[in-house]
Design a protein around this ligand. Structure first.
Ligand code: 6GU
Length: 229
């Protein structure tokens, strides 16, 4: 059985992807062959014996820029076996959210290209990228953490990845409402009691309480200050 989705990541730190996804829901989906992840070492595509993948920016300025040749060649090689969109991870990209996660979960694969340093030579964007994505309004030192966030959020939307399909329905953002508070045993801990209605066994009342709580969270978030764009 071919995987439901395949992620190819281009990065100067391929070794950090394995441990992150060894455990948990995505790790299990990988072990089951449902999700496939390959992290490609950009340095393998370098042209010189120092395996240099970055260089000083034209026009001057601080920092280094990822050179076009290794990126072009890595992406072209990956495209031969991954027909999904090529996504550059850059802080100025389109904002990643649950809607974009749903959209990307419908793809056969994603090619995730991690920026580093001051950025990626813009010709990579012009000639190779289908879109640029950011995970929020803050600057990370590279696209790797963003790629991991996207891999996790997208993988768990792939049918069969979550053990119990039910657990998607109650997700925050599954509808347009945020999730309700959850409790488990014991019913009282350090003087903090579980709301009585949840112990009542009255499923209609429990459902109504949960809806009201979810609405409260949703409204609280809607009114919360948001970062400027
Ligand atoms: Cl995708 N990359 C970097 N470097 N910083 C980010 C980001 C991506 N998304 C938010 N901040």
């Amino acid at each position: 059985m071919p995987p439901a989705i395949r992620f190819d990541v281009v990065t100067v730190f391929p070794e950090i992807f394995g441990p992150v996804f060894a455990a948990g829901v995505v790790g299990r989906a990988m072990a089951r062959g449902l999700v496939q992840l390959e992290a490609h070492d950009l340095r393998r595509y370098a042209h010189d014996r120092h395996r240099q993948v970055d260089d000083v920016p034209y026009g001057g300025g601080p920092g280094m820029v990822l050179k076009p040749e290794p990126l072009f060649e890595a992406i072209e090689e990956i495209k031969a076996h991954n027909s999904g969109p090529v996504i550059l991870l850059e802080p100025w990209g389109e904002r990643f959210d649950q809607g974009l996660a749903r959209e990307l979960a419908g793809e056969p694969g994603l090619v995730l290209v991690c920026g580093r340093y001051e950025g990626i030579d813009d010709r990579v964007r012009q000639a190779q990228a289908d879109r640029e994505v950011s995970i929020g309004d803050y600057v990370l030192s590279g696209g790797e953490l963003a790629a991991m966030v996207i891999i996790d959020a997208v993988s768990r939307l792939v049918p069969g990845v979550l053990g119990d399909e039910e657990s998607l329905a109650g997700d925050s953002f599954a509808g347009d409402e945020l999730g309700h508070p959850q409790y488990t045993r014991p019913a009282e801990y350090r003087g903090l009691r579980v709301p009585e209605v949840l112990l009542s066994g009255n499923h209609k009342e429990i459902e109504a309480w949960r809806r009201a709580q979810a609405r409260r969270r949703t409204l609280a978030r809607a009114g919360a200050p948001r970062p400027e764009r």
